[in-house]
Design a protein around this ligand. Structure first.
Ligand code: ADP
Ligand code: ZN
Length: 217
C-alpha cells in the first residue's frame, strides 16, 4: 500500500472531498493546510490573524509560515503509519522543503496524485460551494444538497460559504495555481511520482480509481 501521499489539483477539483474519504478508508492522517489555517482563524490565534489576511484575498500564505506548520505536523508520531497532504506543497520552495523534511524524518513521499478539472467546472463548483462549519464536509447548492437546507448531514453543524469562495478571490486563487502550483506537476513527473486523474468524473468513480492506486503497490 502507498502510504505517504500528496494530493494536488486546482481549487474545486475535489481534493478535500476525496481526501476525507481516503483517510477514513486507509487510516491515514489528513494534513490539509487550508483546514489548519481556517482552524487557526476560528480560534483567533496569531497564525490565524496572519493567514486570514492572505486567504481572504485568495493569496498564498508565505512559504516560511506554511512550511513551518507542516514540518511540525509531519514530525508527530501519528504520521508514521501514513499521511495524506491536501493543499501542500503549492510552490516549488514548499516542495523542496518537503523533500528535505521527508529525508530528515524518514517519511518520503510515495506518490503524488493530481486531480485535474476544467476551469468552467471549477468556477461552477466553487461558486456554489457550502462547507460545514464544524466538520468541514463540502456541499453544493445545486448538485450536492444536504438533506436539510443549511445543515450538515454528517454532524448537524451549520453550512457556510467560505470568504474566499467568491469570484474575485477565486480568480486570484486560479492565477496562483497556474503560476506557482502547476509547475510542481513537472517537478514530480521528473521524479516518477506523478499520477493523473480526471476530476470532472463522478466523485464515487474517482474515489474507486484512487483507492485502487493506493492499494495496488
Ligand atoms: P482550495 O484548494 O479550495 O483553494 P484550501 O483549503 O486548500 O483551498 O486553501 C485555502 C487557502 O489557504 C489558499 O487559497 C491559501 O490562501 C491558503 N493555503 C492553503 N495551503 C497553502 C499552502 N500550501 N501554501 C500557501 N497558502 C496555502
Ligand atoms: Zn459537519
Amino acid at each position: 500500500m502507498l502510504k505517504n501521499i500528496i494530493l494536488m489539483g486546482p481549487p474545486g477539483a475535489g481534493k478535500g472531498t476525496q481526501a476525507k474519504r481516503l483517510v477514513t478508508k486507509f487510516d491515514l492522517i489528513h494534513i490539509s493546510t487550508g483546514d489548519m489555517f481556517r482552524e487557526a482563524i476560528k480560534e483567533n490565534t496569531p497564525l490565524g490573524a496572519l493567514a486570514s489576511s492572505y486567504i481572504n484575498k485568495g493569496d498564498l500564505v508565505p512559504d516560511d509560515v506554511t512550511i513551518g506548520i507542516v514540518k511540525e505536523r509531519l514530525a508527530k508520531e501519528d504520521c508514521k503509519n501514513g499521511f495524506l497532504l491536501d493543499g501542500f506543497p503549492r510552490t516549488i520552495a514548499q516542495a523542496e522543503a518537503l523533500s528535505k523534511i521527508g529525508l530528515e524524518i524518514n517519511r518520503p513521499i510515495d506518490v503524488v496524485i493530481n486531480i485535474d478539472c476544467d476551469k468552467n467546472e471549477l468556477i461552477r463548483r466553487i461558486s456554489g460551494r457550502r462547507v460545514c462549519k464544524n466538520c468541514g464536509a463540502p456541499y453544493h447548492v445545486d448538485t450536492m444538497k444536504p438533506k436539510t437546507e443549511g445543515v450538515c448531514d454528517i454532524c448537524g453543524g451549520p453550512l457556510y460559504q467560505r470568504k474566499d469562495d467568491n469570484k474575485e478571490a477565486l480568480e486570484v486563487r486560479l492565477q496562483h495555481y497556474v503560476n506557482e502550483t502547476r509547475p510542481l506537476l513537472e517537478y514530480y513527473e521528473k521524479q516518477g511520482l506523478l499520477k493523473n486523474f480526471d476530476g470532472s468524473q463522478g466523485s464515487d468513480k474517482l474515489f474507486d480509481e484512487l483507492s485502487l492506486l493506493i492499494l495496488n503497490k
